[in-house]
Design a protein around this ligand. Structure first.
Ligand SMILES: [Zn+2]
Length: 157
């Protein structure tokens, strides 16, 4: 009935996923965000690009199911909002990042749910990406790209 116990002394694992994970731990490692025992280690990426400025970021696991899905959601949202605003980002880097995160999403979703370690909680998932109004600014650069392609096609005939 007690929550699964983890041996103390495997280093501080804070609730902040942006901090570096404690290194050198034999698998299976617990979720670095909540300490949940069932976790998988799969990077989650974000890409942001505005004109020629581009930024690649990623978060390393391991994360449990809930925390992994929360991180995927956060990073994907950021990629959708400020990922499209440069030509290279729009055509190549942003789609690759989104595909990567889709794989991450599937991996984390396949995990069985696990309870956080005592006194800890899962990361906040927030609202679904498609329920966040800013997601739809994504349509602006996409519409522009479609327009450009349409122009090219109609002028080449
Ligand atoms: Zn977790």
């Amino acid at each position: 009935m007690a929550a699964p116990h983890h041996p103390a002394g495997h280093g501080p694992v804070t609730g902040n996923p942006y901090e570096t994970a404690p290194a050198g731990r034999a698998l299976p490692a617990p979720c670095r965000a909540c300490g949940g025992p069932t976790a998988v280690d799969f990077k989650v990426r974000s890409h942001t690009g505005v004109l020629i400025m581009m930024r690649f970021q990623h978060l390393d696991g391991p994360f449990c199911r809930d925390c992994g899905l929360a991180v995927v959601r956060q990073m994907t949202y950021r990629t959708l909002i400020i990922g499209w605003w440069g030509p290279l980002s729009l055509v190549i880097l942003n789609p690759l990042t989104l595909v990567w995160n889709l794989v991450a999403h599937l991996k984390y979703r396949a995990l069985p749910p696990s309870d956080p370690a005592p006194g800890r909680t899962h990361l906040d998932t927030g609202p679904p990406v498609l329920r966040r109004p800013l997601t739809y600014v994504t349509l602006i650069p996409l519409a522009w790209a479609v327009w450009v392609v349409t122009q090219i096609v109609s002028h080449s005939t």
